[in-house]
Write a protein that binds this ligand. Structure first.
Ligand code: NOJ
Length: 969
């Protein structure tokens, strides 16, 4: 943002002076909004221009894609179909491979046969947990040959089919004989082979096919300038592009990070379409605009297509700058026609600046299958320590250790639970990370231990820029080890960030990974304790002096790869090393907590992310839901948005609404810019402080439910907060809904996102029963219902059929709830049934991987409520350390909603002591009973209470045992 004013020819002193001034301005921050002029548009990006031009050309009726399969080159072996392609215009050859993988995944790879030098293919090392396994389940005798088509059925039931059309080359993937994905259906496939600059025959393909060579497009082939910054492009044009069609799918989702809608918009004409493609290029965008396809901090090139009855998805595994155009059409303009009554299809066009084509296709068929398939490939979200899903209190900055102590005490004084207090960049000695400001934070260990004694933790920031100072050990060691990122001439790259002149460690170098992880050892990171966790910010990376506030693309990384090739995964390499460092520092290992701003496929294995610098206004609050839902369905469920908004001062009503929403988002942290007024919850006075306390307490009551959802995400990839279409995949009305969502499959949440709002419309899908989460009152009716709302809560509904575990005692932090008894909330559906699960472990170590956990399956049917254990093959209950240390944790209350007939008696027994049946005390849900529960548990006044409720008090049953409760009529 500062750099527009610095010309190319400014001398070093002028540059540094201006940068210094800019830096001061940024640090003291005059709040201004995003400056679009700081960031390139497609028209200002030569490979984007070229690929869009190629697409335009290919859309004309006379065009025929020049890429054909070379005769008799197809070979099928061990689940890989390979062959040779030729570009008939310039005679360049390519190798393609289609890998038929286990778990209903297919992979298509295309690279040059004889590249002048290797093209980057390294994203797989960072994003995939292992080289995926090919399936051997495919038809023995594929049809191939004469008619120019090779087809093969694969998958356990052979219900998947791949059809390779030879001339021109395009590939269809079918599920149950219906095409779901087609590559190069529209002929946009364009592979810019590596070439020598002085070879005139070597024009990029779209230029040779155009009758008029557009001078503007030619510009930028061998060097490119933006805002006075030169990209030297030593390899010239090397982009790759491919169109991917989803026949019959009118909704596509994913490709975060954008401040856009959940169901993605068109980008080249159409209703409400954007003019620009969606851009994936990790950038630090100051006060970003909403409803925009512009790039933000992270990139996940994963796109999911859904229609009634089918879901499919792709991962475009490429870490270079990538753009995606989306168009929808009824009349299919591709090679294939889908019959007369063609439904709307979505056609996407992907192009990246460099690298190879490496695309994974997830064939579902359901969304949950896809989430699992993606997780099996890139890893599931790491199960965090349990404190990490509590409430986090952050600001830039808490001033000193007394300030920290006061804020900490404030929470106790005002009876508000919280788990983590955060320190931003000002805690360091002049932005030297891993150090402490000696005056403001003179006793960092004591500070952390004081917090830790209360069962709480601290997070401090460690940014990726390293201050250039020979007396700073991090700089010195990294320089000595030769692990710093180099400029195009091989000299250490220097740029400008918070500390002033800085360098960047090259975390793509394994040596840097190993060295950096060691910096978190307690004896190396002075002043750190086991209560300290880490925040990785600015890792896009943000460089104030760089083009588009990031790294120049011609910088050099490990093994000589250009930054251009791997820009989008760079931030993740820093996140990975930090996370490993926290794991390694304790023995036995504890789970890490590292928040990152930049992300890429695989980041879910290293920690949480947040949506960066949002503004304290209602629109940003509203935008947080589609953003987080999108990130969640793209394999990264542990995400959140700054509660209260980062820039500006939220009015109390907005702040309250934000807390109420944040309490129902996976990562729940309040954060504020250094220039904003203080906003600790008690500063607003009643009734606001009370509302905020209630919101945070709701989070804590539901921590067992949240933790269970995290465990589920860590084993099967299910997002924690779920868009309506994921929960109701056959209900088309839900496909574009983004202003309400589910936590798990049980809680329907409707954030309130405008000022002074007194009513809202909520959509109740299907034939389900719903109960108001606070009053337990049944919702009458279904479909869209208008409801009154109050200031003390946002609408939340329990879906009939759910069983939710809660802990209802108020404590100061999650760890204090460790052995608290449970309340089970049973919401019966119309058939009088409900089901749910509960997962518990020590919340800290990796003992759970050895089987030391509790995992219960709750089932209520035909008046019988049964708790059984999921099979734990690793340890017996009597050897289960978690159960042993928690064997007296009991159920203190069971609340059953929607009981149509009150039972004469209720009996309870352990399943292995069937003769020892006890009659349990219960009461019908009289107003007083419920009021007692609701107001102590949530602190919200209850207006009117439903009465078809049964409350069983102290059933004398332990959470870890198998038991049955029977309603006897
Ligand atoms: C930018 C981050 O997005 C923000 O959260 C943080 O407070 C500042 N950097 C200062 O570290």
């Amino acid at each position: 943002m500062c750099l527009g004013i610095i010309g190319k020819n400014s001398n070093r002193f002028t540059v540094q002076f201006f940068l210094f001034i800019c830096f001061i301005v940024m640090a003291t921050n005059v709040v201004v909004s995003m400056k679009p002029q700081d960031f390139r548009t497609c028209a200002q990006t030569s490979f984007c221009r070229r690929n869009r031009a190629y697409a335009d050309k290919a859309t004309s009726s006379s065009f025929i894609s020049p890429y054909n399969v070379v005769k008799d080159t197809i070979n099928i072996e061990n689940g890989i179909i390979s062959g040779e392609l030729i570009n008939t215009d310039n005679k360049v050859s390519f190798i393609f491979e289609i890998h038929l993988l286990i778990n209903n995944i297919a992979r298509i790879k295309i690279n040059e046969k004889y590249p002048l030098k290797p093209r980057y293919d390294g994203a797989k090392y960072w994003s995939l947990i292992q080289e995926p396994l090919n399936t051997l389940e495919y038809t023995e005798n594929p049809s191939t040959g004469k008619d120019g088509v090779t087809s093969l059925s694969f998958g356990v039931d052979r219900n998947h089919k791949v059809i390779i059309h030879h001339t021109p080359f395009h590939v269809e993937l079918l599920v149950n004989d219906e095409p779901v994905i087609i590559f190069n259906n529209r002929g946009f496939f364009n592979f810019e082979h590596l070439r020598k600059k002085d070879d005139p025959a070597n024009q990029p393909e779209e230029l040779t096919i155009q009758s008029e060579i557009n001078a503007e497009q030619e510009e930028g082939l061998w060097e490119e300038t933006f805002n006075g910054k030169l990209d030297s492009k030593p390899n010239g044009p090397e982009s790759i592009g491919l169109d991917i069609s989803f026949p019959g799918f009118s909704h596509v989702y994913g490709i975060p990070e954008h401040a856009s809608t959940l169901s993605l918009k068109e980008t080249r004409g159409g209703d409400g379409a954007y003019n620009e493609p969606y851009r994936l290029y990790n950038l630090d965008v100051f006060e970003f605009d909403l409803d925009s396809p512009a790039a933000l901090y992270g990139s996940i090139p994963f796109l999911l297509a859904h229609r009634k009855g089918a879901s499919t998805a792709i991962l475009w595994l490429n870490a270079a700058e990538t753009w995606i155009d989306i168009v929808k059409s009824k009349d299919d303009k591709g090679f294939l026609s889908f019959g007369k009554s063609t439904p709307t299809s979505t056609h996407t066009h992907w192009f990246s600046e460099s690298g190879i084509i490496d695309v994974f296709a997830f064939l579902g068929p359901t969304t949950s299958d896809i989430f699992k398939q993606y997780g099996l490939l890139t890893g599931f979200t790491a199960l965090p320590q349990s404190f990490a899903i509590g409430y986090h209190q952050c600001r830039w900055n808490y001033l000193n250790q007394d300030d920290v102590a006061e804020v900490d005490e404030g929470f106790d004084k005002y009876d508000i639970p919280y788990d983590v207090i955060w320190l931003d960049i000002e805690h360091t000695d002049d932005k030297r990370y891993f150090t402490w400001d000696k005056v403001k934070f003179s006793e960092p260990e004591k500070m952390q231990r004081d917090i830790g004694r209360k069962g709480r933790n601290m997070v401090v920031i460690v940014d990726p820029h390293v201050k250039r100072d020979d007396n700073y050990y991090i700089y010195k060691e990294a320089k000595d080890l030769d692990i710093l990122t180099k400029d195009k001439d091989g000299k250490i790259f220097e740029g400008w960030c918070w500390p002033g002149s800085s360098v960047w460690i090259d975390w793509t170098n394994p040596k840097a990974q190993e060295w950096f992880a060691k910096k978190f050892a307690f004896d190396q990171y002075k002043g750190s304790t086991e209560f300290l966790f880490i925040w990785n910010d600015m890792n896009e990376p943000s460089i104030f002096s760089g083009p588009e506030i990031t790294m120049p693309k011609d910088l050099l990384h490990y093994e000589g790869w250009e930054h251009r090739d791997l820009h989008n995964l760079f931030g993740m390499t820093f996140h990975a090393a930090t996370s490993q460092g926290l794991i390694n520092r304790t023995s036995p290992n504890h789970r890490p907590f590292v928040l990152s701003r930049s992300f890429f496929p695989g980041s879910q294995r290293f920690g949480a992310i947040w949506t960066g610098d949002i503004a304290a206004n209602w629109d940003h609050l509203a935008a947080s839901s589609p953003m987080l839902l999108t990130i969640g369905i793209s394999g990264l469920p542990f995400s959140g948005a700054d509660v209260g908004g980062f820039f500006g001062n939220p009015e109390p009503e907005l702040l309250v609404r934000w807390y109420q929403t944040g309490a129902f988002q996976p990562f729940f942290r309040a954060h504020a810019h250094i220039d904003t007024k203080r906003r600790e919850p008690w500063l607003f006075g009643e009734p606001y402080t009370g509302y905020i306390r209630n919101a945070i307490r709701q989070r804590y009551i539901l921590l067992p439910f949240w933790y269970t959802l995290f465990q589920e995400a860590s084993t099967n990839g299910m997002p924690i907060i779920r868009p309506m279409f994921v929960v109701f995949p056959d209900n088309e009305e839900t496909f574009a809904m983004e202003d309400q969502y589910f936590v798990g499959n049980s809680l329907l949440v409707k954030p309130i996102t405008s000022q002074g709002q007194t009513t809202t419309e909520i959509y109740f899908a299907g034939n389900d029963l719903y109960y108001d989460y606070y009053t337990f009152k049944k919702v009458q009716g279904s479909g869209k219902l208008k409801m009154d709302i109050l200031m003390n809560k946002i609408p939340v509904f329990l879906r009939g059929g759910s069983i939710i575990p809660r802990r209802q005692r108020f404590r100061r932090s999650s760890s204090a709830m460790y052995s608290d008894p449970f309340t089970l909330l049973v919401a019966l559906n119309k058939k009088g049934e409900a089901a749910g699960t509960l997962y518990l472990d020590d919340g800290k170590t990796y003992e759970y991987l050895k089987g030391h956990y509790i995992h219960r399956n709750f089932n209520f049917t035909s008046g019988k409520f049964i708790s059984t254990s999921f099979n734990n093959e690793q340890v017996q209950d009597n050897e289960n350390n978690y159960i042993k240390s928690n064997d007296d944790v009991r159920i203190e209350r069971i609340i059953v909603l929607g009981v149509d007939k009150s039972p004469k008696k209720i009996i309870g027994y352990y399943n292995d002591l069937i003769d020892d049946k006890k009659e349990l005390k219960f009461s019908l849900g009289g107003i007083n009973d419920i009021k007692g529960i609701v107001s102590t548990s949530i602190g919200i006044g209850v207006e009117e209470i439903s009465k078809d409720i049964i409350i069983i008090r102290d059933p004398k049953l332990l959470i870890s045992r198998d038991w049955t409760i029977e309603f006897v009529n």
